[in-house]
Every structure is written in structure tokens, then in C-alpha cells.
Design a binder for this molecule. Structure first.
Ligand code: GLY
Length: 362
């Protein structure tokens, strides 16, 4: 099974090759997997510590779901990651609202929370929704009450750093309101970090028993309307696992993913025999086609003006990841090494990544 996307296959997808900036990922990015040994843990770029921890737990006999949740808890707890958990960037009111889902292959069960405030590990709450309720998704006030009933302690998730970024955004938003940026501060390093970042973490694993699981967790779209829910807690969009086939998850613009059920599509393409990387690419091609109907999300060339990334593992322990835009990376622990790799991609020209010029930041 090849991991390269041939020109012929691309033409079949119906995506135009004429645009100068559209250069399909013809390069073989991930080496053949014939010597790949299970288990495998894959994650988004910010997940190297998560893959390390999850692989350690799996090698000690842990269930794949426990392993990936413990892995992403490291990132949720880290105030330096401004896209997840504690220190995540807030909504337009300056309040951090977290989304997360978990899915367990062997039981084909899932749990999720959305718009959860004041609890820094939404992935742990999502697992409890799966295990201790007959529901699949709890939101907002109900999710918080559920978490508290299980002993979670409320805390303010807004760090000084994320508050400063939020304040700067608020001050830059309009020239005709009453919020003024500081005269002395020219380039705020925290603001620069926000501009250069991509957030959310997905982590999927195949354990030693051959069981699959996944988790996605995020603080979502920076400056979102309070109550906005992204793809991360939506099973089939930000995460999907079929224990017979594979697991897939996503980071990037949640709205585009919700409208196309992306992670479910990746698993379905793997079911048809595509490698994980091919499945991610084919899903992005489909989304790219649909994006032509969303003028708000198109750049001047008619290409998606947003980021979207998929990460996937199949039942054999093959893995792959793909992004709309060149230059994205993912973390993987293949049982031998824990490394960042380049994602396959659809579009080569770098899109301008700016939370503040495009309004898109996830
Ligand atoms: N993908 C994360 C979000 O849209 O919230």
C-alpha cells in the first residue's frame, strides 16, 4: 500500500490542477510501513509529550484510551499551550470554554463535553460522560455540574498570558470603540506566539492488543462567540474510531470539519482500502471542494483560507497525516522513536496565518 498521492489519483478527485499555487502532495512523505511494528500513537504537532506518555503506558499494558487521555492531559495542564485546557485562549468575553471528545474502539463507545468552563481537563470529563452516563455529549452548565458531581474542582483557566492576548485582540478589534491599545507596546511576544500557533490536540493510538482509541481536546476558536462549539467534541467530525478499521482525528477550522464529518470520512476511506495518509488526503480534497461554496473561507485563488489537518492510524498500525497547507507537522511514536513528521498536503503556497487579519484561529 503506497503513501504517495499520484497525479492520476488527484485528477480523478476532480480538483483542478491548473492553479499555480495548487501542488498536490506528490512527494512520498512517510516511508513505507512494512517494518512498522505495533503499537502506534499519533498526535497533532503539539502532541510529542502526549505520544511519548501514551506509548509508555501502552507498553506497560494500558488500554489505548487511558493512554491517550493521560497523554493529552499533559498539554491540557500546560499553561504554555494556548489552544488547550489551562491557559487556552478565551471566547470574546474573556472566558475559557473547552471542548473534548473521547472514543474507545473495543466498546464502540464515546463521550464528549462542549463549552465546559473552569475545568482544565475536559478529556477526563468526556471519558466519564462515556462511562458514567447513558449520554454521549454534555454541554455548558450541565457538563460543569456533572464534572463537579464527580469531584472536579473549579479553577480560573485564564492565565495572565492568555488574558493579555485576549485584551490585545479586543483593543485591536475596532477604531471606533473605546478600547485603546497600549502606546508603549509595539510587538507583544505573546501576541506573536498566538499569531504563529495552531491549536487543539488530537491523539489516537493502537495498543498492544490491537485496540484503537482517540481523544481530541481544545479551547477552540480564539475570540469565539460564547457558546460556540467546534468539531472537537463532535463524534465523526473531530474524532472517530472504528475498532475494525482505524482511528482518525482532526485539528483546524472546526466549522469546515463539522460540515463534512471529516474524521468519519477518513475512517470510511480507510475501510475502502486507502492508507491512512491517502484517506486523510481524500477527505481534505472533499472538504476543499465543498469549501468553494463558503465564500467567507476562500482565499483570492478560491482555495480554503483556513487550516485543517487529519491524523489517522489503521488496524495494521500504519499511520499518516495530511493538511490543507504545506508546512504542517504531526507527532508520532511508532514504538521505536517519538518524532515530528511533515504532513502530506494539498496546497503548497503558504497561506498567511494571522488570527488577527483573517479572524481565523484554531
Ligand atoms: N478544531 C477545533 C475547533 O474548531 O474548535
Amino acid at each position: 500500500m503506497t503513501h504517495s498521492i499520484t497525479r492520476r489519483k488527484f485528477i480523478k478527485t476532480g480538483i483542478s490542477l491548473s492553479a499555480a499555487s495548487f501542488i498536490p502532495g506528490t512527494k512520498k512523505i512517510i516511508p513505507p510501513e512494512k517494518d512498522r511494528s505495533r503499537p502506534v500513537v499519533i498526535s497533532s504537532r503539539n502532541g510529542l509529550r502526549a505520544t511519548e506518555k501514551a506509548m509508555k503506558m501502552i507498553s506497560e499494558g494500558s488500554d489505548s484510551l487511558d493512554a491517550v487521555i493521560t497523554g493529552v492531559n499533559i498539554i491540557e495542564d500546560d499553561p504554555e499551550d494556548i489552544s488547550v485546557g489551562y491557559g487556552g485562549l478565551p471566547n470574546e468575553d474573556g472566558v475559557v470554554e473547552l471542548d473534548s471528545s473521547v472514543m474507545h474502539g473495543p466498546t464502540h463507545n464515546a463521550g464528549a463535553v462542549a463549552g465546559l468552563r473552569n475545568i482544565k481537563n475536559p478529556s477526563k470529563v468526556a471519558k466519564l460522560v462515556m462511562e458514567r452516563t447513558a449520554h454521549a455529549l454534555l454541554v455548558g452548565e450541565g457538563a460543569l455540574r456533572f464534572a463537579k458531581s464527580h469531584g472536579f474542582k473549579e479553577e480560573n483557566l485564564l492565565t495572565d498570558r492568555s488574558r493579555k492576548i485576549w485584551l490585545k485582540r479586543k483593543e485591536m478589534l475596532s477604531d471606533s470603540d473605546f478600547w485603546l491599545p497600549s502606546a508603549s507596546e509595539k510587538i507583544d511576544p505573546d501576541l506573536r506566539a498566538a499569531l504563529d500557533s495552531h491549536g487543539t490536540i488530537n491523539c489516537c493510538a493502537l495498543d498492544a492488543k490491537g485496540d484503537l482509541a482517540g481523544v481530541t481536546t481544545t479551547s477552540g476558536f480564539f475570540f469565539k462567540i460564547p457558546g460556540r462549539v467546534g468539531d472537537s467534541p463532535i463524534i465523526g467530525a473531530g474524532l472517530y474510531v472504528d475498532n475494525d478499521i482505524g482511528a482518525a482525528g482532526s485539528t483546524g477550522l472546526g466549522e469546515a470539519n463539522i460540515l463534512t464529518c471529516g474524521s468519519n470520512a477518513v475512517v470510511e476511506f480507510m475501510r475502502k482500502g486507502h492508507s491512512p495518509e491517502e484517506a486523510c488526503i481524500k477527505t481534505l480534497v472533499r472538504i476543499s471542494e465543498k469549501a468553494k461554496l463558503w465564500p467567507r473561507y476562500l482565499d483570492e485563488n478560491g482555495h480554503p483560507a483556513f487550516d485543517l489537518n487529519f491524523y489517522a492510524i489503521n488496524k495494521k498500525g500504519e499511520y499518516g497525516a495530511a493538511s490543507l497547507w504545506k508546512g504542517r507537522r504531526f507527532a508520532v511514536h511508532n514504538g521505536k522513536e517519538n518524532i515530528l513528521r511533515e504532513c502530506a498536503f494539498l496546497y503548497k503556497k503558504e497561506r498567511p496565518v494571522s488570527a488577527f487579519s483573517s479572524g481565523l484561529y484554531v
